[in-house]
Design a protein around this ligand. Structure first.
Ligand code: GDP
Length: 425
């Protein structure tokens, strides 16, 4: 049985914790897209971790962790993450890397930074980890697959093709020194040896596990609104964070995917540029940012302060729909315990005064204003509560409101950052 944990919004919904919980009951946990550009926060008996590239099953000895063909593999970043686990006393995880996954190179990171600098105030708020140039090269067919690292002649030829194009950009657009193929070849051959024991045909492995009735968990990064097709283009990421793409980026048949958990926060948060209709500012924002998450709303990868806002029914209903969620997981509910009344964005108002209930494409979205209503607060700390019935009535009403918006059941409610802080309905 294959299941997926994905984000319903802008990312940072708390997927890491949900994946960590579900990983315990899984045989395989798979990363299927993105790279080291976002981070999952996981807090467990070993400590507090921000995982960027490693699947969230790495804390469970019996789980096989798999980096699928859809991932942007930064080999140095992966090695650093593995070392940080070792330093924290986590036993060596089982890890497999697809031989078809492509390598994110230092030149992608450089290009990402140079392009954001060139764009100045029009930049996309990239995490500057090379993701957009990486996927551009992959689809332009000048990327390097992991399997190519083990064929030196082929690698030399492919590097030549890549650098022919890159060096034009480097010299004439960014005014940088051209890159040398020999230096890169040497680095790549060394990196190839470091990951060699983990590299294999992961697609065959996953099909075998699926046929044997094992539980496979697909772990999404970011959320629906960052999808290049269905998100807020161009303020998107460069690979699809949708459960549907999970089948492609992992390498499993779409018919095997049985459960899709879309994770959403009880309020909204976003990092990076682009329209964010329910965003709040000033003191109210400061307070929510400070109280949010486990250490305030600051990016797990970049440390940047996240923009925060009220729960957005329009964006979340859309996010849940596009993911094809079979259930919604509501996180960070404890954070709202300080409010007398909780505003929620129930609809958008367009520039010409129309009320919108359906999430629009970017040109309309840019000019939308939130239509807010308020729900009564519960004014108490719900951390530590274990049963749904024990939640204050107004808190339960809030959960039921979210469920009615999403039109998908909410079975799991997270009331604190720790893995034990989850209420099952
Ligand atoms: P992800 O990328 O979707 O895994 O999300 P992040 O880990 O980047 O951000 C979620 C933040 O919320 C992290 O700081 C988590 O520790 C924290 N978190 C997750 N669930 C809860 C919760 O129910 N309550 C609180 N207070 N924090 C939570």
């Amino acid at each position: 049985m294959v299941q997926a944990v994905v984000g319903a919004n802008w990312g940072d919904e708390g997927k890491g914790k949900v994946t960590d919980l579900l990983a315990e009951q899984s045989d395989v946990v798979v990363r299927f897209q993105g790279g080291a550009n976002a981070g999952h926060t996981i807090i467990n008996d070993f400590g507090r971790f921000s995982l960027h590239l490693l699947p969230s099953g790495v804390f469970h000895q019996n789980v096989v962790n798999l980096i699928g063909p859809g991932v942007a593999l930064n080999i140095d970043a992966l090695m650093r993450e593995l070392e940080s686990l070792e330093a924290a006393g986590v036993p060596e995880p089982q890890l497999k890397i697809s031989d078809r996954c492509q390598v994110l190179l230092p030149l992608h990171v450089d290009q990402d930074r140079l392009e954001e600098e060139r764009l100045g105030h029009k930049s996309f708020g990239s995490t500057r980890s090379g993701i957009a140039p990486f996927y551009a090269d992959k689809y332009a067919k000048i990327g390097l697959q992991v399997c190519e690292l083990y064929d030196e002649d082929m690698l030399r030829e492919r590097l030549g093709l890549l650098l022919d194009r890159k060096n034009c950009l480097m010299e004439y657009l960014y005014h940088q020194e051209p890159l040398k193929a020999e230096d890169m070849l040497e680095m790549l051959l060394k990196q190839a040896e470091r990951i060699r024991p983990m590299v294999c045909d992961t697609t065959r492995f996953l099909h075998e596990m699926d046929r044997a009735g094992r539980t496979i968990l697909l772990e999404g990064q970011l959320g629906t609104l960052r999808d290049p097709d269905h998100g807020i283009y161009p303020y998107t990421t460069s690979s699809s964070p949708l459960a549907g793409f999970g089948c492609v980026g992992a390498g499993i048949p779409p018919t095997s995917l049985k459960k899709i958990y879309a994770v959403t926060k009880a309020y909204s948060s976003a990092v990076g540029a682009g329209p964010f209709v329910s965003e709040i500012f000033g003191e109210a924002a400061e307070e929510l940012r400070r109280r949010g998450g486990d250490r305030g709303e600051y990016g797990a990868t970049t440390g940047r302060p996240r923009s925060v806002g009220w729960f957005d029914a329009v964006a979340t209903r859309y996010g849940v729909m596009v993911q094809g969620a079979t259930e919604v997981v509501l996180t960070n509910l404890d954070v709202l315990g300080y409010l007398d009344e909780i505003p929620v964005c129930v609809a958008y108002e367009t520039e010409d005064g129309k009320r919108l209930e359906d999430f629009p494409a970017t040109p309309v979205l840019m000019h939308c204003k939130p239509i807010l209503e308020t729900l009564p607060g519960w004014k108490s700390d719900i951390r530590g509560l274990k049963r749904y019935e024990d939640l204050p009535e107004n808190c339960r009403r809030y959960v039921e409101y979210v469920e009615s918006v999403c039109q998908v059941p909410v079975h799991m409610v997270s009331n604190g950052p720790k893995r034990s802080e989850m209420i099952y309905r």
